[in-house]
Ligand binder design. Structure first.
Ligand code: NAP
Ligand code: ZN
Ligand code: ZN
Length: 347
């Protein structure tokens, strides 16, 4: 065991603060990673503040992890010391159920093990995430990262990237389709870049007027301010696909009317419960409302390779570890351009 510096939430009401955790020594199939950068996902905030009622404290958040391999177990084949490596939202699963066999570990029937907030497979204790100096993970849950892209801008791909890539692929978004990306934050800005790269006509649906220029710079073909009645009218019955990344409570019915016949709206944003859906809004037009959770290991690697090939990274604002609480407050106000990333040298 090695004692490791981290930042943790001790309960739902306290600010994140320094804390020491223990990391296991690498087992034969483990990779030990010295964490260089960790992205700040809105899920980190939801977990730290128990928004979903499932948090077990203390919590060390962080699941957009990139760093350098510092040790490998004797049976590790994929990595060697000095390689760049990444860890996303999950660090283990049962590996036996049909979902795991299909590379859909995020939907493991026996419960995938989250990078934080889970229980280690050997029962040795809770999993702690990337707001820390290092992490030890089984090589099957470690991703290969290109050395051609800036590491800090690659980190957010490990959650924001795969969470938007996976539904765009599953629902076969591409050329000739009109796609709406709802919410321009960490997930939303990756959604815009990826959907544009796949050939779709992309509209940014945002409730923040000042983000219009950025949306266009990121590649969006159109911008609709969702508080402007005329602009909203112009996209009634318009989209083949809407990707909903909004983190706060909102009215799904309002956006369902923007779908054309047979259109799909897919939620990845996870607001608190209590957002009623009126079935008429689905029935008239044979529309579907779906959901999607991050992505499995094979698809996450595919997404990283795709982004390296198409030169896609995240737009990041680097912060010091001590500024994490202020970053959370800014994230709550929608003031992120477009992902905070912690420089772990500051921990
Ligand atoms: P984020 O950076 O904070 O972005 C959320 C965006 O939602 C904001 O930038 C804002 O965009 C919009 N928004 C916020 N409050 C709103 C409101 N009251 N009404 C309308 N729009 C509002 O968060 P994120 O990291 O992208 O995460 C987004 C959500 O996805 C979170 O709930 C997170 O937990 C969830 N998530 C899910 C998965 C998954 O696997 N399904 C994975 C990662 C994250 P505008 O200013 O443009 O309106
Ligand atoms: Zn996340
Ligand atoms: Zn499984």
């Amino acid at each position: 065991m090695a004692s490791t510096k981290s930042y943790a939430a001790q309960d739902a009401a306290s600010a994140l603060a320094p804390w020491t955790i223990n990391r296991r020594n690498p087992n034969p199939h483990d990779v030990q990673i010295d964490i260089k950068y960790c992205g700040v996902c809105h899920s980190d905030l939801h977990f730290a503040r128990n928004d979903w009622g499932m948090s077990v404290y203390p919590i060390v958040p962080g699941h957009e992890i990139v760093g350098v391999v510092t040790a490998v177990g004797e049976h590790v084949k994929k990595f060697k010391v000095g390689d760049i490596a990444g860890v996303g939202c999950l660090v283990e699963s049962c590996r036996e159920c049909s979902n795991c066999q299909d590379g859909l570990e995020q939907y493991c029937s026996n419960g995938m093990i989250g990078t934080y907030g889970g229980m280690e497979k050997d029962g040795s204790g809770p999993t702690y995430g990337g707001y820390s100096k290092n992490i030890v993970v089984n090589e099957d849950f470690v991703l290969r990262i290109s050395d051609k892209q800036p590491l800090e801008a690659v980190a957010p791909l490990l959650c924001a990237g795969i969470t938007t890539y996976s539904p765009l692929r599953h629902w076969k978004v591409g050329k000739g389709q009109r796609v709406g990306i709802l919410g321009l934050g960490g997930l939303g800005h990756m959604g815009v870049k990826l959907a544009v790269s796949m050939g779709a006509e992309v509209t940014m649906l945002s409730h923040t007027a000042s983000k219009e220029a950025d949306a266009k710079r990121l590649g969006a073909h159109k911008f609709v301010l969702t508080s402007d009645e005329e602009q909203v009218k112009s996209v009634a019955g318009y989209f083949d696909f809407i990707l909903d990344t909004v983190s706060a409570a909102h009215d799904y019915n309002f956006y369902l009317q923007m779908l054309r016949t047979n259109g799909n709206m897919v939620c990845v944003g996870v607001p608190p419960p209590g957002n009623p859906i009126i079935p008429f809004n689905l029935i008239f037009g044979r529309k579907s409302l779906g959901g999607s959770l991050i992505g499995g290991l094979p698809e996450t690697q595919e997404m990283l390779d795709y982004c390296a090939e198409h030169n896609i990274v995240s737009d990041v604002e680097i912060i010091a570890m001590k500024d994490i609480n202020e970053a959370y407050e800014r994230m709550l106000m929608g003031d992120v351009r477009y992902r905070f990333v912690i420089d772990m040298a500051t921990l």
